[in-house]
Design a protein around this ligand. Structure first.
Ligand SMILES: NC(=O)c1ccc[n+]([C@@H]2O[C@H](COP(=O)([O-])OP(=O)(O)OC[C@H]3O[C@@H](n4cnc5c(N)ncnc54)[C@H](O)[C@@H]3O)[C@@H](O)[C@H]2O)c1
Length: 397
C-alpha cells in the first residue's frame, strides 16, 4: 500500500509505518550523540517508567533515558493497532521501533499497550520492574488523553478544552490551507470542568505512585515528573484559566500530595512546565497552532528554537541530573521551568506584535506555518528525511 497523509481539521487520520520508525530512530541517534557530549557521569536515571511513552514529550523522555543515559525503561501507552487497510496510530509504530533499537543496543525495554488508568497497566509496570530486578528511580507522567474510564465503576469521564465563565473567541489557522478562521468555544459546564480534572488532573498520577510505593518498586530518592504548560496570556482564557488549566492546577496539587504522603523514601514529585511544541495533542487546541507557528518563526530567527528532544535532553542534563549537588532548580510555585526561552519577554513581545498584525497575506512572512505543518506530518511519519514514500508498505511492518 502507498500511503499519503489523510488530514481532516488539523487531525491526521493515518500514519506511515516506515516514517514513524525512522523518526524514532533519528531521535534515538540524537540522544546517543548527546550522550557523547555529556561524557562519563554517575548522574542519571537507571530505571525509568514512562506513562504516555509513545509520542510527543513521553517518547522524547523515554528516548533520552534509554539512549542518552542507557537506562532500563518501561513504557505504557494506548495506541491503535493496524487493522485491515487502516494504519496503526503513530505511537504504535514508534513503540515497535523503540523496542527494536533498545534490543539492538542491549538496553532493557518493556512496552505495554494498555490503558494507563486501568489496574492492569499499573500491575504490569510493577511486574516489569520485578522481572528486570530494578526499582524505578524516575517516573514520567506524560498522558494527553481525551477520556478516562474509572476501572472500579466503569464510568467514562471526558476531557474538554473550554473556557470557564464566559465564551472565548480567537484567531486560529488551518496549517494545511493557510486560511485564518475565528474559533469560538462556549464556556464549560461545571460537570465538564470536573470531568476534565478527572482525566487530565493528578488523581491517576497519585494512584500510580501509591501503587508503585506500596509494591516496593520505587528506588530511594526516586523522582516523578508530570508535564504542564503555561503559555502566553492570549491563550489563558482557553488554556490556563480554562478546563485544562484547572486540570493542570490539580496536577500541581497531586505533586505536593505525592511528595508529602509517600515521601518517606525521599520520593520527590514535581511538575515540569515545558515549551509549546507540535504534537498530536497540541494541534487540536484552538489558537495554539497560530501562536506556535509564530513562536517558531521568532525562536528560529533568534536561534532559540527547541523541539521535544531538545527539551527533554535539557530537562535531564540541566535540571534532573545536572552536574554538582543541591536541590532541583524550581520556580516560586515549585515547578521546573523548561519554557524559559519561550517566555523570555523579548520573544513574547515580538510574538504578540506579529499576532496583532497577522492576516492571510503576511502569514508566511510572520509565522512559520510550514515548520508547524512539517513537524505535524513528521509526528505521523510523513515527510521524514530518508524515507522513500513511493514504496509500497506493509501496515504491520
Ligand atoms: N504539546 C505541547 O506543546 C505541550 C507543552 C507543554 C506540556 N505538554 C504536556 O505534555 C504531556 C504530553 O503531551 P504531548 O503533547 O506529548 O501529547 P501526545 O499526544 O504526543 O502524547 C500523549 C501520550 O499519552 C498516551 N495516552 C493517551 N491516553 C492514554 C491512556 N488512556 N492510556 C495510556 N496512554 C495514553 C498516548 O499513547 C501518548 O503516548 C501533556 O500533559 C501535555 O499537557 C505538552
Amino acid at each position: 500500500m502507498i500511503l499519503v497523509p489523510m488530514i481532516r481539521n488539523n487531525i491526521c487520520m493515518n500514519a506511515h509505518p516506515l516514517g514513524c520508525a525512522r523518526e524514532a530512530n533519528l531521535q534515538a541517534a540524537r540522544a546517543e550523540a548527546f550522550a557523547l557530549k555529556l561524557g562519563k557521569s554517575d548522574k542519571g536515571p537507571k530505571a525509568v517508567l514512562v506513562i504516555g511513552c509513545s509520542t510527543g514529550y513521553g517518547l522524547a523522555s523515554r528516548l533520552t533515558a534509554a539512549f542518552a543515559y542507557r537506562a532500563a525503561t518501561v513504557g505504557i501507552s494506548l495506541e491503535r493497532t493496524p487493522r485491515g487497510t487502516k494504519t496503526g496510530s503513530p505511537g504504535w509504530y514508534a513503540n515497535r521501533a523503540f523496542d527494536t533499537a533498545a534490543a539492538e543496543k542491549g538496553i532493557f525495554a518493556r512496552t505495554f499497550d494498555l490503558d494507563a488508568f486501568s489496574h492492569a497497566a499499573k500491575d504490569r509496570a510493577v511486574e516489569a520492574a520485578r522481572e528486570g530486578g530494578f526499582s524505578y528511580d524516575l517516573i514520567i507522567y506524560s498522558l494527553a488523553s481525551p477520556v478516562r474510564v474509572d476501572p472500579d465503576t466503569g464510568y467514562l469521564y471526558r476531557s474538554v478544552i473550554k473556557p470557564i465563565g464566559s465564551g472565548f473567541s480567537g484567531k486560529t489557522v488551518d496549517v494545511f490551507t493557510g486560511r485564518l478562521n475565528e474559533a469560538h468555544a462556549e464556556p464549560a459546564e461545571p460537570s465538564e470542568i470536573e470531568e476534565t480534572v478527572k482525566v487530565m488532573g493528578g488523581e491517576d498520577w497519585e494512584l500510580w505512585m501509591t501503587k508503585l510505593a506500596l509494591s516496593g518498586v520505587l528506588a530511594p530518592g526516586a523522582l516523578s515528573v508530570a508535564y504542564s504548560y503555561v503559555g502566553p496570556a492570549l491563550s489563558w482564557p482557553i488554556y490556563r484559566y480554562g478546563t485544562i488549566g484547572k486540570a493542570k492546577e490539580d496536577l500541581e496539587r497531586a505533586a505536593r500530595v505525592i511528595s508529602a504522603g509517600l515521601g518517606t523514601s525521599g520520593l520527590q514529585a514535581c511538575i515540569s512546565v515545558n515549551k509549546a511544541v507540535v504534537t498530536r495533542a497540541s494541534s487540536v487546541i484552538p489558537v495554539i497552532p497560530l501562536y506556535v507557528s509564530t513562536l517558531f518563526k521568532v525562536m528560529k530567527e533568534r536561534c532559540l528554537h527547541e523541539d521535544c528532544m531538545d527539551q527533554m535532553l535539557r530537562l535531564f542534563s540541566e535540571r534532573l541530573y545536572r552536574p554538582g549537588s543541591g536541590p532541583l532548580p524550581l520556580d516560586d510555585g515549585g515547578r521546573i521551568r523548561l519554557d524559559d526561552l519561550e517566555m523570555e519577554a523579548a520573544v513574547q513581545n515580538e510574538v504578540a506584535s506579529r499576532l496583532s498584525r497577522l492576516d492571510e497575506s503576511n502569514l508566511r512572512e510572520l509565522a512559520d506555518i510550514d515548520g508547524f505543518r512539517q513537524d505535524f506530518l513528521r509526528a505521523h511519519g510523513f515527510e521524514v528525511p530518508g524515507v522513500d514514500y513511493s514504496v509500497e508498505v506493509d501496515l504491520l511492518t
